[in-house]
Write a protein that binds this ligand. Structure first.
Ligand SMILES: NC(=O)c1ccc[n+]([C@@H]2O[C@H](COP(=O)([O-])OP(=O)(O)OC[C@H]3O[C@@H](n4cnc5c(N)ncnc54)[C@H](OP(=O)(O)O)[C@@H]3O)[C@@H](O)[C@H]2O)c1
Length: 288
């Protein structure tokens, strides 16, 4: 029997990468914000009851980390309430829910990669809303896979660190970038591939990022180095490392955001790509 797949958040960075992959796996319905606003609980239920999917993949989220500090209700509606409704409806249909969460559920005080079982303690509204989403899914006891990822960038989507660096690197000769926050830059396309590999895995929380560790400063330097090799016109001459205190933002961010891939690797059957290799592929796609 052909599997029916519902993709929510089809126009986000990860959603856009999922679309072509999921098309080859089943009968795909791709839904963007224009077609379904996740703050409309009843509409979510109606859509799912109409489509009756075997898989619900939620790539939509409120992702504006700083803005969330002043839009807490909206962030919680999209990131916490809506995923709970998706899970309830998935359970009623005996469907599988695949939901994406974040490294920002942790406070970043560890100095070895975070395990799925580690204590959560989000330090900002966005992280709190995403953690509440995980909890509302788990409470329903639906068959659900929660994939925590981090530092996402992609060819598609409105804004991300790579796009911002390329723009600034073209305009400025000097740039200050934070060096005391470390994580694993992760290409949206690799997350999409991982999701398709996990569809039949046991439910629960999994961590997935590209492998390796970088600071935002390392990430910026790598973006400029790779872009230069690809012939992208850059004005940038100097990237200066600064500490977080020199670049205050409305939301606090974890200093250490590295997620362990020990649990997910056997499920995937491969080791996630090294972050810099994926960056190189993404830039080749974007700039050529
Ligand atoms: N970006 C990161 O660095 C990062 C890090 C860790 C985890 N994650 C998680 O990874 C997942 C995918 O992130 P992403 O980077 O692909 O996000 P993204 O590019 O910001 O895409 C999110 C999508 O959700 C949609 N959306 C927002 N509000 C909505 C609403 N009320 N109703 C329906 N759709 C709505 C957005 O629509 P519009 O395009 O119309 O706004 C957008 O298409 C999310 O769960 C996110 O929390 C992201």
């Amino acid at each position: 029997m052909t599997q029916s797949i519902l993709l929510i958040g089809a126009n986000g960075q990860v959603g856009r990468e999922l679309q072509p992959l999921l098309t080859s796996l089943g009968n795909l319905t791709s839904i963007s914000r224009e077609e379904l606003d996740l703050t409309q609980s009843q509409k979510i239920r109606e859509l799912i009851r109409e489509i009756k999917p075997h898989y619900i993949i939620n790539a939509a989220a409120y992702t504006a980390v700083d803005k969330a500090e002043t839009e807490s209700d909206l962030a919680f509606a999209i990131n916490a309430t809506a995923p709970g409704i998706l899970a309830e409806e998935a359970k009623n249909l005996d469907a599988t829910l695949i939901h994406i969460s974040t490294d920002y559920v942790f406070d970043g005080t560890k100095n070895t990669p975070y395990l799925e079982t580690d204590h959560t303690n989000p330090i900002g509204v966005y992280g709190k809303s995403k953690l509440a989403g995980e909890q509302s899914i788990l409470e329903t006891d639906a068959n659900a896979i929660i994939l925590r990822t981090a530092w996402v960038y992609g060819v598609h989507g409105k804004v991300n660190f790579v796009k911002t660096m390329l723009r600034l690197g073209k305009e400025r000769e000097q740039l200050k970038v934070v060096v005391d926050q470390v994580g694993s830059p992760t290409w949206a396309a690799d997350i999409a591939t991982a999701i398709t590999s996990l569809l039949h895995s046991p439910g629960g929380i999994y961590h997935f990022t590209n492998s390796g560790v970088a600071s935002w400063f390392d990430f910026a330097k790598a973006i400029f180095a790779e872009a230069k090799l690809l012939g992208y016109p850059l004005a940038i001459r100097e990237v200066i490392p600064i500490i977080t205190a020199e670049y205050p933002t409305p939301a606090s961010r974890p200093a250490y955001s590295v997620l362990s891939d020990k649990k997910i690797t056997p499920q995937l059957g491969y080791t996630p790509s090294y972050w810099r290799d994926s960056l190189n592929l993404m830039l080749k796609q974007s700039l050529s």
